[in-house]
Design a binder for this molecule. Structure first.
Ligand SMILES: [Zn+2]
Length: 399
């Protein structure tokens, strides 16, 4: 969050109008850091108030409360705000902040809804009651009280402390970080050199079923030179990441049918074809041992990376070995390529598998069906329908 505020502040300053002297990025970071330390308590309070509003996309009254609250937060910064309505859902919150002499416009995207949550399964208090810990839970962090009235308490929040609540990281903090960055620039009298627009969505975790249609209806608001998405992780090394694009995603469900009803495996095994085995065979035939997809033409439409992109990737910190250790991975896929390179390629992933029962519930059956859910990530140059047709064609060709 702290690094995010400084990063966002610098992002807002790529160029200044003629006649203005651009402050050096390092100076901006310093000024913004000073502001953040002076105002930590207020920034954290704003985040916690926002986190306390339940934000599941299908919870209409609450998701709309989030949007109304956001509108207040944006308007308090002088951002012209419009709620682009979606029936029964949270609107797209659109904001626009023009700078008198700016030549470029940047859109920042984030979402204010969160993953569905079962309050009974939430291990740390309640999902919409933010808690503070002195480190991440994985690192053994213990609950600590929020600093009482930290006004004037410089650096009162330690870098290792973590706030826990639904959407604390994904994706409400980036919104608060952006607004804090704007506050900091204004307080330090550093002019905004860009026109800034924001698109804040209220049903990203539900698959964004209305985003495209809603934005098309309000196309006139959207002109910009660049869209930056503020919905992604920090780098595994802890350093901030700037995203300039996302892969696309298509989901595919496969059901393989066996006999009309589950059959006793002692009576019918060896004779009745087993759908779980057929599905396993099918899935295994889709990729080689290095994770390369074997479906014909799967990589044909990929637009190759340019020199700038390749250079940026090569300059990224390489902590794959640490990650392998941390995650218990003996040998990664990718034939020696780095994680950063591999997530620039199209993918095909098995998200889940289901057939009859396992473990203590296992029964002596030849199952009646087996199901799998796949997701395929798409990169620049690829068409979702064509990709789907390739995968479906491959399945068909297996008989
Ligand atoms: Zn997200």
């Amino acid at each position: 969050m702290k690094k995010a505020i400084a990063t966002l502040a610098v992002l807002l300053l790529p160029c200044l109008a003629a006649g203005q002297k651009a402050p050096a990025p390092a100076q901006v970071v310093q000024a913004v850091r000073a502001y953040r330390m002076e105002n930590e308590d207020r920034i954290m309070r704003e985040l916690c108030e926002f986190l306390a509003i339940p934000n599941i996309a299908s919870d209409t009254p609450n998701i709309q409360k989030n949007a109304a609250h956001l509108m207040e937060m944006l308007e308090a910064r002088g951002i012209e705000t419009h709620l682009l309505p979606i029936t029964g859902r949270g609107p797209v919150v659109f904001g626009k902040l023009l700078s008198p002499e700016a030549k470029h416009t940047v859109i920042l995207y984030a979402h204010y809804d969160g993953q569905p949550v079962d309050p009974a399964a939430w291990t740390d208090g309640a999902p919409f009651e933010p808690l503070l810990r002195n480190a991440a839970i994985e690192a053994g962090g213990k609950r600590i009280p929020f600093p009482v009235n930290g006004a004037g308490l410089r650096g009162g929040y330690n870098d290792d402390w973590r706030i826990y609540a639904r959407s604390a990281s994904d994706d409400k903090s980036p919104i608060v970080a952006l607004l804090a960055a704007l506050d900091a620039l204004r307080a330090k009298e550093i002019p905004l050199a860009l026109n800034l627009k924001v698109i804040l969505e209220g049903e990203e975790e539900a698959g964004s079923p209305n985003l495209q249609r809603t934005l098309e209806l309000h196309k006139n608001l959207l002109g910009a030179d660049l869209l930056i998405t503020a919905d992604g992780p920090v780098h595994q090394s802890g350093r901030p990441l700037v995203f300039f694009g996302n892969r696309g995603d298509i989901g595919i469900d496969i059901t393989v049918y066996g006999p009309l009803r589950a059959l006793h495996s002692g009576h019918y095994g060896n004779w009745a074809p087993n759908p779980a085995m057929e599905l396993s065979r099918l899935l295994a035939s889709m990729k080689d041992e290095d994770g390369r997809v074997l479906i014909a033409g799967y990589y044909d439409d990929v637009t190759p990376l340019g020199e700038v992109e390749k250079k940026a990737l090569a300059a990224m910190p390489d902590n794959d070995a640490d990650l392998e250790r941390e995650l218990g991975i003996a040998k990664p896929e990718g034939a020696g390529k780095k994680l950063a390179e591999l997530i620039m390629e199209p993918s095909l992933n098995v998200c889940g598998l289901r057939s009859a029962y396992v473990g203590s519930q296992a029964q002596n059956v030849v199952p009646d069906k087996a199901e799998a859910s796949l997701d395929a990530r798409l990169v620049r140059g690829e068409d979702p329908q064509k990709k789907f047709d390739q995968i479906a064609g491959f399945i068909r060709s297996q008989g």
